[in-house]
Design a protein around this ligand. Structure first.
Ligand code: HSE
Length: 293
């Protein structure tokens, strides 16, 4: 049996829309076994228990790329990453399926090759890159090629995710974005993205908080997140060092220096209309791992 463990990810990180991503220490574990025939999926809700399952679809696409045939497959899983919450659950499924196929079917593909296949399935690289390489990543796609650069991340940076009891769809969240942006707004984001990466490497919280601002996506998408302004106010009052929408939302992420923030905020968050899980997280440095069990 092959076991693939994939970390959660937070993408965009303020100004780095469709570019920056960071792996977090919350994991989905997928087990893959060959069977005589058919498909067995265990450990997920019934609605995902069919051939449209993203883990299975990704497994099949990767197998095709390797020129291998899938006869029968059993997938079982143990998942921590909440679905459709902006924490990379789709990327985890895709990376899980692609890596599962490579290991179980002896595909022999390199990390970079598996990254390219996974990005092709997902459509954008920012969640896939940290799920594969771990840590803080910046990635781009040029024609059919994918490029990922991994940045150092200061150990001082800790994270507090606020995960609501409602979902948002990435597809819907992308429809809210404008077709064109002004030159001024583009420069605003480019400059902040470059500065943010160095500030995250050095653990310079003052610079992180300034450079995390963005003008390209969050102001459009916050309308999909109930009580966004109230949650942001609570975070700022409790001295969040930096606050941003995780991926396309609805999870709201704080970069923090002091884990105590997590306990402080729980009290105020409890009084809101929706339930918000307050989760303390740290960066995952390594990305996806594969074991033969
Ligand atoms: N960069 C993507 C977006 C991340 O914001 O739409 C979500 O998959």
């Amino acid at each position: 049996m092959v076991r693939v463990t994939v970390p959660a990810t937070t993408a965009n990180i303020g100004p780095g829309f469709d570019t920056l991503g960071l792996a977090l220490n919350m994991y989905n574990v997928y087990n893959f076994e060959e069977t005589e025939l058919g498909l067995i999926i265990e450990g997920c809700p019934d609605e995902y228990n069919n051939e449209d399952n993203l883990i299975y679809k990704s497994f099949v696409i990767a197998a095709k790329e390797m020129g291998k045939e899938v006869k029968g497959l059993k997938i079982s899983m143990n998942t921590e990453i909440p679905v459709s919450r902006g924490l990379g659950s789709s990327s985890a499924c895709i990376v899980g399926g692609v890596y599962g196929a490579n290991e179980l079917l002896h595909g022999g593909l390199s990390k970079d090759e598996l990254f390219r296949i996974a990005v092709k399935i997902e459509g954008h690289p920012d969640n896939i890159a940290p799920a594969v390489y771990g840590g803080l990543t910046a990635s781009i796609v040029e024609d059919d090629k994918t490029y990922c650069m991994k940045y150092n991340l200061s150990e001082k940076l800790k994270f507090c995710a606020l995960i609501p009891d409602f979902e948002t769809s990435t597809c819907e969240a992308r429809k809210l974005l404008p077709q064109d942006v002004t030159f001024k707004d583009a420069v605003f984001n480019i400059s902040r993205t470059a500065v943010l990466l160095k500030a995250m490497e050095e653990g310079n919280f003052e610079v992180i908080s300034v450079s995390l601002k963005d003008k390209l996506h969050q102001k459009y998408r916050k309308t999909l997140i109930h009580q966004y302004d109230e949650v942001k106010k609570i975070c700022i009052e409790n001295k969040s060092d930096a606050f941003f929408i995780s991926g396309s939302g609805p999870t709201l992420m704080n970069i923090i220096q002091n884990p105590e923030f997590t306990n402080r905020i729980k009290v105020s968050i409890m009084n809101l209309e929706h339930n918000w899980i307050v989760k303390y997280l740290e960066a995952d440095k390594y990305g996806v791992t594969v074991e033969q069990i």
